[in-house]
Every structure is written in C-alpha cells, then in structure tokens.
Design a protein around this ligand. Structure first.
Ligand SMILES: [Zn+2]
Ligand SMILES: [Zn+2]
Length: 341
C-alpha cells in the first residue's frame, strides 16, 4: 500500500478472513443443541464468565486503563492473565485503546462511538477491521515497561487456547462448548454493550462531553461497568457505582482484596465530586436526559451534527466553570521589572 492510498478508509473495512476465529467462536455455540445442557457445564460457563468479566473490568479497565488502584507486580500479572483469558486481545492493546476512547469520547476521533458510526460499528465493527489491530504503545508506556506484560500482550491467544484445551480434557466436548465458546461469546457482547448501549440507553446524572449513561442492567451484566456516566465524569476511581444502590460487584471484590493486602490505594470520588449534580438546575437535568437523537435511522450527517453541538455545549460549560474558578483565585503578582520600560 502506497503512502498516497486512502489507507484510513480501506482499513476500516471488515476483514472477514481475519475475523473467522471471532465468527467461529459464535458458531461453535450452536453445538449446545447437540450436547444439551449438563448442570456442571452451565455452572462452568457462568463461573468463567464472572471470573473473566472481572479480569476485564477490575483488571483491563480499572487497573490498566485508569490506574484506579495499586497492585504488586505478581498480582498485576495475575489480573492481566485473567483478563487475557476473555479473548479480547492483550492488556496493553485493550487499555491503550480505552484511554484513547476517554480522550475523544463521542467525538469524530472516537474509534467506537455509536453516535459517530452507529450501533454495530461501536459494538463489534471496529474490532473486526485491520485499522485498530495494533497496540498503541504510545498510550500505555507506563505498563509497557514490564516485559511480562508485553509478552502476554503479544501471545494473547495462548492462555485462551490452553483454557479451551483444559476444559475439553476435564469435561469433554460439552464442557468445551459451554465453558469456552458460550461463555466467551456472552463475555464479548456483555463487554461490548459498554461501548455501544451505555452511550445510548440509561440516565445521565453528570455533564460530560459525551453521551455516556448510567444503566443498572448493564451494570449487573458487567459487574459494575454500567455506571458509565459516573465513570466518564470522573474516570480514575476504583468504584463506578457511587451510591449504595448502584451495585458494583467489581468494586466489592477489590475492597475484599484490599483487606487481604493484594491491592491497595483504591481511589474513590470525594463527596464534592459525587454531589456536584445537586447544583444543576431542573432545566439542566432535563437537558442532560433528553434523547440524543430520535432514531437510529437518523441520517449519519444529522447524528454527527447533533454530537458536535452537544460536545460544544458541554465544552462551553467546562470553560465557564474554569473561568468562574479562575475569577475566585487571587490575582498573581506582576513581575515588577517587566512592567517598567
Ligand atoms: Zn465510554
Ligand atoms: Zn474507562
């Protein structure tokens, strides 16, 4: 490919050949109609879903992407390994792309914004094209200095294949189908809802420069990630459910792990951060929860325009808040020597 070819356009085409393993994992689920559903197989399916979802949420997301708590080098590798078993590529690839998402959420550069490119693109399309296949090491330099993480990131398929082999040896073909293929497919789509549905369905408590929403059902499916508006408002906290009714199983597990010393320094939001929404006017709250666009069938140009306007309005609010904060600061001393000619 020459430098002058429209690489960015071509690369966003779905690479069906490279996507065959992803499609194959889905198709293998159909064997449940042959194997039936032994209780032990279904239990392994659920157990491995919960364990690996934990690896994604508490590990890839809260630890590697946001550094929301601290862990020793051994336990750091353990959570990276558990997350890698979910077959969503390696920890450095995952976290680097996620950091990029926060930097540009729902703007044109956002690689998986449902508002920019529609539901299916945000849910799976962006993963199936070549353009975003490489690890963006420039966004994850802090963890790329650990050789064992770079190694795991490169050999990310291996742990999952070994898991599949172990399930087959332990419980036969039906345990392979349920424990690996069904569980992994559910994990894919459970995780992907956070990129797709949680930017569309749910309520917005905080003003953010995107359309992130809080959704209790997605929070249950993803062990706490559904409190996505909280998360986009203040992203580096170990908890994403900030009030007692916002169930956040990943955070509860991190709390228990902190009691036994495996993790430490869990970051949580201050009362001031949590309660800032109480200062919003009723009109501001209503505007926050207005539907972003009336229908998925809205023309792309209209959706992009609406997204741009909302982002601009939110940016304006941030600028106003910064200006108000700057007004209340004492004015700096003028350097005397520079004032006189
Ligand atoms: Zn998001
Ligand atoms: Zn995040």
């Amino acid at each position: 490919m020459t430098a002058s070819s429209p690489a960015s356009v071509q690369d966003e085409k779905i690479n069906w050949v490279a996507s065959l393993p992803f499609i194959g994992v889905h198709l293998m689920c159909l064997f449940v109609f042959v194997t039936g559903a032994r209780p032990v197989d279904v239990a392994v399916c659920v157990g491995l879903y919960v364990l690996r979802m934990w690896g994604i949420t508490a590990g890839f997301h809260r630890y590697f992407s946001h550094r929301a708590y601290q862990a020793g080098r051994g336990f750091q590798f353990f959570i990276a390994l558990v997350g890698t078993l979910a077959m969503q590529k390696g920890p450095l690839w995952w976290a680097a792309h996620h950091r990029h998402h926060h930097r540009y959420s729902d703007q044109e550069q956002d690689i998986h914004s449902p508002l920019q490119k529609g539901f299916w693109w945000s849910h799976t399309g962006w993963i199936l094209c070549d353009k975003y296949g490489e690890t963006r090491y420039e966004h994850i330099k802090d963890f790329a200095r650990f050789p064992e993480l770079v190694w795991l990131n490169k050999l990310h398929v291996l742990p999952g294949v070994l898991l599949a082999a172990a399930l087959y040896l332990l419980g036969g073909f039906s345990m392979l189908v349920w424990g690996f293929f069904v569980s992994t497919t559910l994990l894919y789509h459970g995780t992907f809802t956070i990129n797709s549905l949680s930017h569309v369905f749910g309520s917005r408590r905080y003003k953010t420069t995107d359309t992130s929403r809080n959704n209790w059902l997605l929070a249950l499916i993803t062990l706490g990630e559904g409190w996505h508006n909280n998360h986009h408002y203040y992203q580096n906290t170990a908890n994403q459910g900030w009030f007692w009714w916002e169930v956040d199983l990943s955070y509860y597990s991190l709390k228990v792990l902190s009691w036994v010393g495996l993790v430490s320094k869990l970051r949580t939001p201050s009362e001031q951060v949590k309660n800032v929404y109480l200062k919003y006017t009723p009109e501001e709250r209503a505007a926050l929860n207005a539907p972003f666009f009336s229908s998925w069938s809205a023309p792309l140009a209209a959706r992009r325009k609406a997204a741009g306007q909302t982002v601009k309005a939110a940016e304006e609010k941030v600028r106003e808040a910064l200006a108000a904060a700057a007004d209340s600061l004492p004015s700096p001393q003028e350097p005397q020597g520079l004032l006189k000619p």
